[in-house]
Write a protein that binds this ligand. Structure first.
Ligand code: K1U
Ligand code: ZN
Length: 172
């Protein structure tokens, strides 16, 4: 397995719609495993392929609190097939928007259909943190960041700070 570099905003690769996976083969399974290792190392609770520069509709999630609690979820070509009418708000973070957090409103419950790491069709209906994270990761597959779902004032402030820190890092 390998640790993959995580892209940070602003980066045009994070704004691009990813392509569906043709079939879940060994290459996709290796990508899923490398993404999980990268996510655990970061640390994070989700990661989408565009965040590691791969424009494919693949994501991984694990909301377990400890190593013993780990229950990795690997998804290819996820689709939301149902959303609740009730919304909920959660303070989101993102490994591609480091050190910034904001409240985002999304449907409280979702049903998602996807291909698992064996290429089998699966469905999960979920709420709480997992519902938030799966919607956040699916946004990445469409080139959408959580800062695109907050006010333009807050978004531009965060983007200015990210550009500044990238310039400072490049100067070291
Ligand atoms: O970059 C990402 O897409 C991953 C992101 C997922 C996420 C978190 C919270 C709300 C929505 C989506 C993260 O994992 S940010 C880091 C984080 O939340 C976390 C890190 C370590 C332990 C617990 C949480
Ligand atoms: Zn993210």
């Amino acid at each position: 397995m390998a640790l993959l570099p995580i892209l940070t905003a602003p980066d045009p690769r994070l704004k691009t719609k990813a392509k569906p996976v043709d079939r879940v083969d060994d290459e996709i399974r290796r990508l899923m495993d490398d993404m999980l290792e990268t996510m655990y190392d970061a640390p994070g609770i989700g990661l989408a392929a565009p965040q590691v520069g791969v424009s494919q509709r693949v994501l991984v999630i694990d909301t377990g609190k400890t190593e013993a609690d780990r229950k990795p979820i690997r998804m290819a070509n996820p689709e939301i097939v149902w959303v609740s009418e009730v919304d909920s708000s959660y303070e989101e973070g993102c490994l591609s928007v480091p050190s910034h957090y904001a409240d985002v409103v999304r449907p409280a419950q979702v049903k998602v259909r996807y291909l698992d790491h064996q290429g089998e069709i699966r469905e999960i209906e979920t709420d709480g943190l997992l519902a938030t994270v799966v919607q956040h990761e699916m946004d990445h597959l469409d080139g959408v960041l959580f800062i695109d779902r907050i006010s333009s004032l807050k978004r531009n402030m965060i983007l200015r700070k990210l550009v500044k820190s990238k310039k400072e890092e490049a100067a070291v």
